[in-house]
Write a protein that binds this ligand. Structure first.
Ligand code: FNR
Length: 341
């Protein structure tokens, strides 16, 4: 595919509508209920203004970060998203190749439609594993151990999905998985009866060999509990507006969480990242790194591995431009003073 016309992430979304089945597009694009949170994730970023500096001497900025034992060339990760084979025939293997070429950590969803073993063979950059905890806790323990054995270097437990959200638009889009699409590591959809609690997090921590992050925290009290439960990291997320509608934008929730955590463990965020300036704002407000969900799905749908790579590279290039124009030579130099007060 010729991707030269794709100049920004919005171009991928626009073209994806034409290239994906209606079912798959609606699955990716939709949010919960009235989709207010999905809108707020974007509006909140747009409402934040940047404070530029001139004659600041920053030429080529250094986007490297340290994160949970990794030295990464940039702070943009691929968020876990389910069912890549409905977006592109090569599914998660294309995502892994695209992540490799973009030097991005790829967080593989529990609902991967390609076995972890095959993804691990294809990946050339670190993989992390996103975990949905099933009622069958032995199954969960085995799944974590399999992910670790396949080389996944962190476990992100999704904690915001005690029940699936009210997905009206997804249902109207006729969501169903074609027979050939198999979720190798999840025995059927989530319909858990045995609630996940802080005790389960401590239990998982007791045997996990890799860092455990909690994905889906929005408030400072839960962030404090996460630190107390021994989490190695927090991902501030509202699941891309797909679970509980009318919770706040993640960029609005981030500063409070970051203030409470106060550097004890890394805080990451996702939700609405579409421009390099969004990455800059998230880092300024306390994120060590960001994850990108829907745009990666659209990149995959439009161009397979090359589409995934281009989405990440566009964001990285835009981040570098934003760093130069705000006078930040390195990621640690991006602090709250880049925000216009
Ligand atoms: C998701 N997300 C998600 N999260 C998770 O923990 N496990 C999963 O299997 C999925 N699946 C999934 C599918 C699709 C199609 C989307 C769009 C999202 C949520 C995802 O990890 C992330 O939190 C959001 O997508 C981030 O918001 P943006 O970047 O999509 O705005």
């Amino acid at each position: 595919t010729d991707l030269t016309e794709f100049l920004n992430l919005a171009d991928f979304e626009e073209k994806a509508v034409e290239r994906m089945s209606k079912m798959a597009y609606e699955y990716v694009a939709s949010g919960a209920a009235d989709e207010l949170t999905i809108q707020w994730n974007r509006q909140a970023f747009d409402a934040i203004k940047l404070n530029p500096t001139v004659l600041n001497g920053v030429g080529q900025p250094d986007t490297r970060i340290s994160l949970l034992g990794h030295e990464l060339p940039h702070p943009i990760l691929i968020a876990p998203t389910a069912y890549h084979q409905i977006m592109h025939p090569e599914g998660e293997l294309a995502t892994a190749r695209g992540a490799g070429a973009a030097s991005a950590v790829y967080v593989v969803s529990s609902f991967t439609t390609t076995p972890l073993a095959e993804i691990a063979q294809t990946a050339t950059q670190p993989l992390w594993f996103q975990l949905y905890v099933r009622d069958d806790r032995e199954y969960t323990r085995n799944l974590i151990q399999e992910a670790e054995a396949r080389g996944c270097r962190a476990i992100c437990i999704t904690v915001d999905t005690a029940v699936p959200g009210v997905r009206n638009r997804q249902e109207k889009g006729g969501f169903n998985l074609p027979d050939h699409v198999i979720t190798h590591h999840m025995p059927g959809p989530l319909n858990e009866k045995k609630p996940l609690t802080w005790k389960d997090i401590e239990w998982i921590n007791s045997f996990a060999k890799t860092p455990v992050l909690l994905k889906g925290i929005l408030n400072a009290e839960d962030a404090e509990k996460a630190v107390q439960a021994g989490a190695s990291g927090i991902i501030v997320s509202n699941h891309g507006g797909r679970n509980l509608d009318t919770v706040p934008a993640t960029i609005d929730a981030l500063p409070r969480v970051a203030d409470r955590v106060n550097g004890r463990i890394p805080v990451l965020m996702d939700g609405g990242i579409r421009r390099g300036t969004d990455v800059l704002k998230a880092i300024a407000l306390g994120a060590r790194a960001v994850l990108v969900g829907k745009p990666v799905c659209f990149g995959l749908a439009c161009g397979g591995a090359a589409g995934v790579t281009k989405v990440i590279e566009l964001l990285k290039t835009e981040l570098e431009i934003a760093m130069i124009l705000t006078g930040r030579a390195t990621i640690p130099q991006i602090d709250r003073s880049v925000i216009w007060k």
